[in-house]
Design a protein around this ligand. Structure first.
Ligand code: HEM
Ligand code: SF4
Ligand code: SF4
Length: 522
């Protein structure tokens, strides 16, 4: 990761840690930006349906119907109108933050290009939906938006007749034009919904609903805002006069003041180039990981790898090798990010195997399981004391060099969930260490989306493969931390080691299993 990006990530994570303290990691909105986007979309859709029932698309009737909605039934229609507006603004805010965050966290390369590139038309559609909405109110702002947009569109050779002519005199504007705008304002969000679905189509277990508490809190905040500061119109449009002073919604209309400064064509050019550059970002030089491979000799077709892969890169197919199992795992190489989560899910990924070569049903060629076992054993051989810990960590958290020491070995993995629970069992029950400490990205913000969640569930015995009951749980600890929480990680590790020291003192008799190693009797 480049230095500026690492710095940006550090800054992001500082803010997110502050949010953790206020909202708790489970409800931190910054970890839920995509899901909040969906949530705002649904609020906009429901409030939009309500407004549609009372909206009249005639030239003068449009403004009057919106006024009636706002003031006559302020308690229902007025609140719905405000919810419609504020949720639309919310959608832009979370969408832009989500975009910047995915970029800063480097979640756009490899197979993730798909979600990124599909995100680009989403941007256009969200703005198109919002701008067409402002048009419908037919107040002074709508007049300004209609004039500026149509003049801007007229700079492109799209229409035979300049459409700006519609808005220079009352006699030139027809109700049909309004019906068309209403159609656009409904059709664009429907297309948007479809593209949003495509956007997450490749994500297994995609988070499209924020946690209930966050959803209720967000909705309540929007309702309070809607009552305290209702969305209102800016006076009926008067086609006889050119609107000079209007209040802008900067979330949707920020481009319009620029149209006063630069020509329409220059703005199209600027936005076109920005769009192409944005869409091309995933192809900036980045290391392409070697995808996972299946070893049919070791695959029993259980399907756990397919269920746990966060990127939908494993599918189950009919057996091709004549074995009695009905299915086999197949890796879709183009979708694989080489996170290794499938390896941790595979029941054959067990380090206890000694008689046959250690090879799992699914493996990362760049980091085979046999290497992981050798690395783990080599790292622990020289450890001293009665609080010897092996830390399994992903490279997305704090600096790991700072925590290694005479009684702490660190083994880095692409994702912590690559570690099958049997490895924890192996390291502890074979007394290679006194404890196993797992650390990775922050809670609810795993770089590989689901690694931390699957790991916790496997240890808690809620997900296969489970950590066996014989492994003393007090000898296993985890700490999920972002790059900014190195100090807290070191503290959590020290506390864990102190606990191991106490355990050692309290557990008698203690037997030595090999020189320099201590084990627990029984
Ligand atoms: C209406 C706007 C948007 C919504 C509602 C939305 C929603 C989502 C959701 C729900 C996910 C899956 C999150 C997860 O479960 O891990 C996601 C992933 C993603 N989004 Fe968006 N998104 C929007 C716009 C954008 C835009 C504009 C971009 C960038 C141009 C973008 C880039 C990405 C990327 C790269 C991922 C994949 C992240 C990963 O693989 O970890 N999104 N989005
Ligand atoms: S390495 Fe990761 S992305 Fe590739 S198949 Fe395994 S779980 Fe899926
Ligand atoms: S988890 Fe392992 S054994 Fe099960 S289907 Fe996948 S590769 Fe085969």
């Amino acid at each position: 990761m480049s230095r500026p990006k690492r710095l940006a990530r550090w800054a992001f994570e500082r803010v997110e840690s502050a949010f953790d303290a206020v909202f708790t990691p489970d409800w931190n909105p910054l970890y839920q930006l995509g899901a909040l986007g969906w949530f705002f979309y649904w609020i906009v859709a429901v409030s939009g349906v309500y407004l549609y029932i009372f909206f009249d698309s005639g030239v003068t009737a449009a403004y009057e119907s919106v006024e009636a909605i706002t003031h006559v039934q302020w308690y229902a229609g007025g609140v719905m109108r405000s919810l419609h507006r504020y949720a639309s603004d919310g959608l832009v805010i979370v969408m832009m933050l989500h975009l910047v965050r995915e970029y800063v966290m480097d979640r756009l390369h490899g197979p993730r290009w798909f979600a990124w590139v599909i995100g680009v038309p989403i941007l256009w559609l969200v703005f198109a939906a919002g701008i067409s909405g402002y048009w419908l109110v037919w107040d002074k702002l709508a007049h300004y938006v209609a004039l500026a947009t149509s003049e801007w569109l007229d700079t492109l050779p799209l229409f035979g007749e300049p459409i700006a002519r519609n808005f220079i005199h009352p006699s030139t504007l027809s109700g049909r034009f309004f019906t068309l705008m209403l159609f656009i304002h409904i059709a664009v969000p429907l297309i948007l919904l479809f593209i949003m679905w495509v956007h997450i189509h490749r994500h297994t277990h995609a988070r499209v609903n924020p946690p209930r508490g966050l959803a209720i809190g967000t909705l309540a905040a929007l309702v309070v805002l809607s009552v305290a500061r209702p969305a209102v119109s800016q006076g009926a449009a008067d086609l006889g006069t050119i609107p000079t002073q209007v209040g802008l919604d900067w979330f949707y209309l920020f481009v319009y003041p620029l149209l006063d400064e630069y020509s329409g064509l220059a703005m199209w050019g600027l936005l076109g180039v920005a769009t192409v550059l944005l869409a091309a970002l995933p192809w900036l030089p980045a290391k392409r990981p070697v995808p996972a491979v299946v070893s049919l000799a070791n695959c029993n077709g259980c399907g756990r790898c397919a269920v746990d892969c966060p990127h939908g890169a494993v599918r189950m197919a009919p057996r091709s090798d004549g074995s009695p199992y009905s299915e086999e795992a197949v890796v879709i190489a183009d979708l694989c990010v080489a996170c290794g989560i499938c390896v941790g899910a595979c029941p054959t990924a067990t380090p206890f195997r000694r008689r046959t070569a250690l090879e799992a049903g699914i493996e990362l060629p760049a980091y085979p399981l046999s290497d992981l076992r050798e690395r783990s054993l080599a790292a622990c051989r020289a450890l001293q004391g009665n609080d010897r810990v092996i830390v399994y960590a992903c490279g997305q958290g704090p600096d790991l060099k700072a925590i290694a020491g005479p009684s702490v070995a660190v083994v880095e993995l692409p994702c912590v969930a690559m570690l099958a629970p049997s490895f924890i069992d192996f390291m502890i029950t074979r007394r290679h260490v006194d404890g196993v400490f797992l650390t990775g990205c922050r809670a609810n913000d795993c770089y590989e989306r689901l690694g931390a969640r699957w790991t916790e569930q496997r240890i808690a015995g809620e997900r296969d493969p489970q950590l066996r009951a014989r492994v003393p749980r007090e000898r296993v600890a985890s700490f999920w931390a972002g790059v900014d929480r190195g100090g807290e990680l070191a503290e959590a590790l020290s506390a864990f080691r102190a606990r191991l020291g106490e355990l050692h003192a309290s557990q008698a008799p203690v037997v030595a299993t090999r020189p320099g190693a201590v084990g627990h009797a029984g």
